[in-house]
Design a protein around this ligand. Structure first.
Ligand SMILES: Cc1cc2nc3c(=O)[nH]c(=O)nc-3n(C[C@H](O)[C@H](O)[C@H](O)COP(=O)(O)OP(=O)(O)OC[C@H]3O[C@@H](n4cnc5c(N)ncnc54)[C@H](O)[C@@H]3O)c2cc1C
Ligand SMILES: Cc1cc2nc3c(=O)[nH]c(=O)nc-3n(C[C@H](O)[C@H](O)[C@H](O)COP(=O)(O)O)c2cc1C
Length: 751
């Protein structure tokens, strides 16, 4: 096969090596615009995992790379005069120049032709090739030539960064966070050979402009950074190599191949340098491409296979890189953290390194973190805790007003659609009772409606009749008698999503075929086009809803609930007041955010007045509508602050479901970043929910300060004893009800 590789970076050279290794008869030419020794950047980091891949693919290249690499296990974080050191991380650094020299030599020795100083401008030059592997980097010419086919999306991130080298040999992977009169500067530094380190300076656009860096030449940039980091560089100089301020481009393409042309490496996708995986991903792409070519009879099929194999891996890295880069864009937000929490937040920023993984890498650090967390929990709750060893973070108590939660796990409210005119039954007793016994500190009952018309479906639970009180009291009494779980009630009003079918009958939010009841909303906008058009609420309607909330809250108190949550999320009545997408009123309840907040705050105030002062109240909101013109994270912060000012104890941060055209960005813990932002910027406790499913995620979220309580829904549907199973895995003893006491001497086995 005759193959042209465009670009002599790591991706291109590795493609040539693996192709020649797979079949020496392949005719492979690498075309590179620069000279071999004329590359950008300084050192690159390879994780231990990346090194293992290299070793398996081509031991000879690996051996040479190893010989020229600097290896280290530690990460050092310099923050507000403190040095935090964490170990067990396992990285190597190698000079980019050395890496390319090794790869080029190996490619040549295997018989690949390398043509340096040849710029590719058109693809006509390669008509005779069976395959064009475009590894020409983030500014790929080939991608631009075939833009219509590849449909690239390039998003420039707001932070500015500049890539320097230095002669200071940093002893570990080092982060500096340094403040001066212009703002906060971040440094990512690591050694790549005995005498040199990479030194990347990153800063927000605002600080960059304040410092006059928008007008600075390369020399001026270097001089400024040398002055700023004189202490950290300990008399060493910075080295430059096309060291100009840049914004990182996140590149994604709809396709990575067309005809006989395939994109790989940075040409196809980029991952932010803060997770240091670009070189590894480019080399793994090369491997996948060559494997596909070896196993498939023709090029188009091989390219299909290549892309199918690589996409999920790359998507996952791009998601991890996205949260990581956001951490560095928002670092100012974390500057109030105590050093140990700041370090933990940094180390776990991409969600890939969790509390558990950190425990494996560096047990001493994790144990110090857990002790710190437990000490804070003791202070917060007034409950003495054994510290030798400290309890896992999720098993520390949390006090809100006079209510003490035994741990930080909550069962999320989940509609069962199984009530009769609002009256719950044995299903609810067994469902909630099992989850209370299951070990969570807080069990929040499903959205329970404040009036008959407020129901989502005919099966929704209610607290609008006095007989509802007795039914709920039976559940609450059971939980109080047989578990330590505290019981939460979630009050709601369906608004324009009311009068719909049970989800298992026709899908979510589908209007009833018959037996509809009238619905109302801030504005007469139906949820779906085919949904019932809600009546625009008058002040009289609002007064009635407000009074319904007050009466329902009083009934919740009579039923013995410990905690009251107002459901102002997911596109139900009060959520539609909060969102401009559903609230287009022209009176004082619509328009500005302040106006949209007015009625939800009135309802909150009225309920707070009748709900006992010692019992907590939370408000669940959709932090974003995931739709243009709707609420975004900044709105969630302002909404949280407004409820805080009115006495809300804790915000329960969910997202979306406001409008059917919302485009959620799903993933692990996908709503947790909103919880963190509200917590840190509105300065109030939060509950995180949404795709939190492992106990290590819970511990990570809590210690990193992303929430105070973790709320799990489907995990609890699947496993009512989720918290007990987490405790068993973590080696933590939870008291059983006396009926189950024999389990103290039982070891569960599933395999
Ligand atoms: C600041 C910073 C720090 C980074 N740190 C790390 C790190 O620590 N670890 C890590 O793994 N990754 C890191 N990366 C990412 C890494 O540099 C890239 O992901 C990696 O180089 C991608 O390899 P590639 O072969 O796809 O592209 P590149 O390395 O960009 O190579 C592309 C090659 O194509 C050539 N070329 C381009 N256009 C043409 C043309 N028209 N004709 C001929 N030749 C052409 C270029 O000259 C270049 O040599 C970092 C990136 C940045 C910006
Ligand atoms: C069956 C079911 C019913 C739900 N009902 C409610 C509800 O009554 N109130 C509410 O705020 N959220 C409700 N939700 C959303 C969950 O509380 C939770 O926010 C969501 O499922 C994401 O969490 P998870 O990934 O842990 O499942 C429901 C979810 C499910 C699966």
């Amino acid at each position: 096969m005759n193959v042209t590789v465009v670009g002599g970076g790591p991706g291109g050279l590795y493609t040539a090596i693996l192709l020649k290794k797979s079949d020496a008869a392949h005719d492979v030419t690498v075309v590179e615009r620069n000279r071999l020794d004329d590359t950008f950047g300084f050192g690159v980091v390879l994780s231990d995992a990346a090194r293992e891949t290299l070793e398996a693919l081509d031991p000879q290249t690996f051996a040479e790379v190893e010989a020229r690499s600097a290896h280290w296990d530690d990460i050092e974080i310099h923050y507000r005069g403190h040095l935090l050191r964490s170990t067990g991380h396992g990285f190597s650094g190698i000079s980019r120049k050395a890496l390319l020299e090794i790869l080029a030599r190996r490619a040549r020795s295997l018989g690949a032709k390398l043509e340096f100083q040849r710029e590719v401008r058109s693809l006509q030059e390669f008509e005779g090739s069976d395959l064009v592997a475009a590894a020409d980097g983030a500014n790929s010419t080939v991608r631009a030539l075939l833009e219509k086919e590849f449909k690239p999306a390039v998003e420039l991130r707001p932070n500015r960064f500049v890539w320097f080298g230095t002669t200071f040999p940093f002893p570990a992977f080092t982060f500096h966070f340094k403040e001066n009169e212009h703002g906060l500067w971040r440094v990512h530094a690591y050694r790549y050979d005995e005498h040199h380190s990479t030194f990347i300076v990153e800063v927000t656009d605002t600080t960059w402009r304040h410092a006059g860096m928008d007008k600075a030449s390369e020399d001026e940039t270097l001089a400024y950074c040398e002055r700023l980091f004189a202490k950290e560089l300990q008399g060493h100089r910075l080295l430059r190599n096309k060291s100009l301020w840049r914004q990182f481009p996140i590149i994604k393409c709809a396709r990575w191949h067309t005809g006989k042309v395939a994109l790989l490496g940075d040409a196809a996708h980029t991952t932010h340098f803060s997770i240091g995986s670009g070189t590894k991903l480019a080399m793994e792409d090369a491997q996948a491409l060559v494997t596909a070519l070896t196993h498939e009879p023709d090029v188009p099929r091989a390219l299909d296979k290549y892309e199918a194999a690589r996409r999920p891996v790359v998507d996952s890295f791009q998601r991890a890189a996205q949260v990581s880069l956001t951490w560095f864009e928002d670092t100012e937000r974390y500057m109030a953290h105590e050093p140990i929490q700041f370090g933990f937040s940094l180390l776990t920023r991409s969600f890939r390194v969790t509390h558990e993984e950190l425990q494996r890498r560096d047990p001493a650090y994790t144990s110090a973190v857990d002790r710190w967390f437990a000490e804070r929990a003791m202070k917060q709750s007034g409950v003495p805790l054994g510290l030798d060893p400290p309890p896992p973070p999720m098993f520390t108590p949390f006090k809100v007003r006079e209510l003490l939660l035994q741990n930080r796990v909550a069962v999320s409210p989940m509609c069962m659609y199984s009530a009769d005119d609002g009256t719950i039954n044995d299903w609810h007793l067994v469902h909630l009772g099992a989850r209370a016994v299951g070990g969570a500190g807080l069990v929040i009952a499903e959205m329970t409606d404040v009036s008959r018309e407020a129901r989502i479906t005919p099966g929704c639970a209610g607290l609008y009749k006095d007989e509802h009180v007795a039914a709920w009291k039976r559940v609450v009494d059971f939980a109080h008698q047989h578990s330590y779980a505290k019981m939460g009630m979630q009050l709601g009003h369906a608004g324009r999503k009311g009068s719909t079918q049970r989800p298992w009958e026709a899908g979510m939010d589908e209007p009833l075929a018959e037996g509809n009841w009238p619905i109302h909303a801030p504005s007469p906008i139906p949820y779906f086009e085919h949904s019932q058009v809600p009546k625009e609420m008058t002040r009289q309607d609002m007064d009635r809803v407000l009074q319904d909330y007050v009466e329902a809250a009083k009934r919740a108190e009579r039923a013995g609930f410990d905690w009251l949550e107002l459901h102002f999320a997911h596109g139900y009545l009060l959520a539609t007041f909060l969102s401009a997408l559903a609230n287009q009123r022209r009176d004082e309840y619509g328009g500005s955010r302040e106006n949209r907040l007015r009625f939800p705050l009135e309802v909150f105030d009225a309920v707070r007045r009748v709900w006992p002062a010692g019992k907590p109240m939370s408000v669940r909101i959709s932090a974003t509508d995931w739709a243009p013109g709707g609420n975004e994270a900044a709105d969630a912060v302002a909404i949280g602050a407004a409820f805080k000012a009115h006495g809300c104890d804790i915000m329960d941060i969910s997202a979306g479901q406001t409008v059917p055209h919302g485009k959620p960005v799903y993933g692990r813990q996908f709503q947790t970043p909103f919880s963190e932002r509200v917590r840190l910027e509105a300065g109030m406790p939060t509950m995180a929910v949404g795709n939190i499913s492992s106990y290590t995620d819970v511990n990570t979220i809590l210690v990193a300060g992303r929430a105070d309580i973790c709320v799990l829904a489907r995990a609890h549907l699947y496993d009512p004893y989720w918290t007990r199973h987490a405790a068993a895995e973590l080696g933590y003893k939870l008291p059983w009800p006396p009926q189950y006491e024999s389990l103290d001497r039982y070891k569960a086995r599933f395999k």
